[in-house]
Design a protein around this ligand. Structure first.
Ligand code: GN1
Ligand code: MG
Length: 361
């Protein structure tokens, strides 16, 4: 745990002079440590430690984040858009990252009057989320792809994730292997079907776009009227495929349970919410996406859910070294939840295709 004095030291490195009145850990992320700090003059900042075990090149991660947020800021100002982009502070040494006690820190301006939402059943909110993430894809399409680093190579590559899963399986202890047996079987049964997007990519059938790669509901700030305000958490912004941004949103926003709900029986995609998400997303990207992308959106949902289940069970077999966990079987519960969701999506594919085709023409 970091102390307030340490946070203040980091703040000073970023030119924040007024002492801090309080700080609060924001605990929704699985990777970094994020704090909301309030100064004695009531100004607020977000101070964040980036996990350098997950992100081997922190400077490249920061460069991607700054490039995209600066681009969005300009775009929003120019279009008089209601959206906002995060702003990063520079240190007194003119860098976006501060190295302190062997860890890497960055600081953002706090966006006031904003809320995050953990789950929703509201189609209007879901449509807003779709619009905001669609806008993100649309606006970042103006950035040259080669100006961003691939900071986490093969992030959404099923074959690579499956290799990591196999390595974990070889090294796992018997008890965890036994506990996860059904989950392991499911991963093995479906891997081939989930490699289709990869094949399309290998044949250059899916354009490379600048993507967010973590398009969860909790990575959106809403205003007080639940209108979309800002996309946050740009850690994984890099060249990728829109299919996975779409898929990640659908799994996170339109599912009837959260990703780690241990009562996964009956979890499924709420089709009313799915339709609302498509409405919002398509309103921004319909002219941008290619026919092949549109035809593979539902496969993107399935593949992304598969990847998440696979990554969670892999981490369980590795004794929980990647994701933060709150209890012994947390990663296994997450994996089982995602695979239960995927099973139900298999049964919902036709209905989802119909809805998708209606919105993305
Ligand atoms: C991680 O830390 P957080 O919540 O922003 C992960 C995502 C997963 C997500 C699962 C770099 O994101 O890929 O979708 O957990 N980020 C990284 O909720 O691995
Ligand atoms: Mg993230």
């Amino acid at each position: 745990m970091v102390t307030e004095i340490e946070l203040e030291t980091i703040g000073r490195a970023f030119g924040i002079k007024t002492p801090f009145k309080k700080h609060e850990a924001l605990t929704s992320g699985h990777i970094n440590d994020t704090y909301l700090v309030t100064q004695w003059n009531d100004e607020k900042y977000i101070v964040q430690r980036l996990n350098h075990l997950v992100f081997p090149n922190i400077h490249a991660v920061m460069a991607n984040k700054v490039l995209v947020s600066t681009h969005l800021q300009k775009q929003y100002a120019h279009a008089a858009s209601p959206y906002q982009a995060v702003s990063f502070l520079k240190t007194t040494q003119n860098a976006y990252v501060y190295f302190y006690k062997n860890t890497y820190w960055n600081v953002m301006l706090y966006i006031p009057n904003a809320v995050t939402i953990q789950t929703t059943k509201n189609p209007d909110i879901t449509q807003e989320a779709g619009k905001l993430y669609g806008d993100f894809i649309f606006r970042t399409s103006g950035i040259k792809i080669s100006s961003l680093d691939v900071t986490l190579p093969k992030f959404h590559d099923v074959s690579w994730r499956f290799t990591q899963f196999n390595t974990a399986l070889e090294q796992a202890n018997n008890q965890r292997k036994k506990q996860a047996q059904e989950t392991i079987n499911f991963a093995q049964t479906h891997v081939v079907a989930m490699q289709k997007i990869e094949q399309l990519q290998a044949h250059n059938k899916i354009p490379i776009r600048i993507t967010h790669n973590d398009t969860k509901l909790t990575n959106i700030l809403f205003n007080a009227n639940y209108k979309g305000l800002a996309v946050i958490d740009l850690d994984t912004v890099m060249p990728g495929s829109v299919l996975f941004d779409f898929g990640d949103s659908v799994r996170s926003i339109c599912a009837t349970t959260t990703e780690d709900d241990p009562n996964e029986a009956g979890t499924h995609i709420n089709l009313e919410l799915y339709s609302a998400f498509c409405t919002g997303f398509a309103s921004q990207v319909n002219t941008l996406l290619t026919p092949t992308e549109k035809a593979n959106l539902v496969l993107g949902v399935q593949t992304l859910i598969y990847i998440m289940g696979l990554r969670f069970v892999t981490d369980f077999l590795n004794n929980d070294t990647y994701y933060k966990t709150r209890y012994e079987n947390h990663n296994l519960d997450r994996a089982n939840n995602q695979f239960a969701l995927l099973k139900s999506v298999f049964a919902q594919v036709e209905a989802m295709e119909r809805i998708t085709q209606k919105h993305f023409r």
